[in-house]
Design a protein around this ligand. Sequence first.
Ligand SMILES: Nc1ncnc2c1ncn2[C@@H]1O[C@H](COP(=O)(O)OP(=O)(O)OP(=O)(O)O)[C@@H](O)[C@H]1O
Length: 251
Amino acid sequence: MTAPLTLDNVTVAYGRHPAVHHLSGVFASGSLTGIVGPNGAGKSTLLKAMMGYLPLSTGRIARTGIRAADVAYLPQAAEIDRSFPITVADMVALGAWSRFGLFGALRRSDAQRAVEALASVGLEGFERRAIGELSAGQFQRVLFARLLLQDARVVLLDEPFTAIDARTTADLLGIVQRWHGEGRTVVAVVHDLNQVRENFPQTLLLAREMIAWGATADALSAENLLKARAMAEAWNEDAELCTVGDDRRVA
Ligand SMILES: Nc1ncnc2c1ncn2[C@@H]1O[C@H](COP(=O)(O)OP(=O)(O)OP(=O)(O)O)[C@@H](O)[C@H]1O
């Protein structure tokens, strides 16, 4: 099976402090993976590095058979500025930017798809509302509608169900399952272990270093979870980047 994203000895550091340490592995084509780990484990950092937003200190992230535009990313809600004066419809239509270009006009078919995407996340009739007026759950639905329009082969989600009620979570998990059924590769940072066990066949358990990566039941064994917790408790925030390897490539 091909792997659209391959990590080879990936280290990502802020200054000289490593947040992700010598991580290697593959996200197989069509896989649905939960990334799990304690606070500060490097989960968000890893997604940003996979998007090419952060430089690597060591190693390489290879994309195979996909272009940069084939990877969609949902940042943590806290990282999105909602004071920007934009309507729900325009926010969703932005998902099609890779087709119409930064300065191009939105095609009628994309505008129609934006309306359909909003309907499929349960927000029919919200098109003219300003994004700043929405509840956290409604806004997360809008962001999923934007991802639907983006139609990417690989979808990276950072804590998509945090601070979201049970019904919205169930609806958005339904969309994640739909993407999985369509053969897309989906990776999501998730804190709720039960959500991961019930919905994600693959898990990467991260504590700066990889603790486990594989079938969820194996990765989330009691022994691995204890190991992740012990590593988090032993973290020294002042530890410097180790000197293993100095190969710095992003493909
Ligand atoms: N912009 C930044 N500048 C400096 N250090 C950062 C920055 N962003 C994150 N870090 C540090 O990198 C480490 C990993 O952070 P990251 O946000 O990737 O963890 P996480 O696993 O996503 O945590 P959480 O579960 O709390 O969201 C932490 O020690 C954090 O303080």
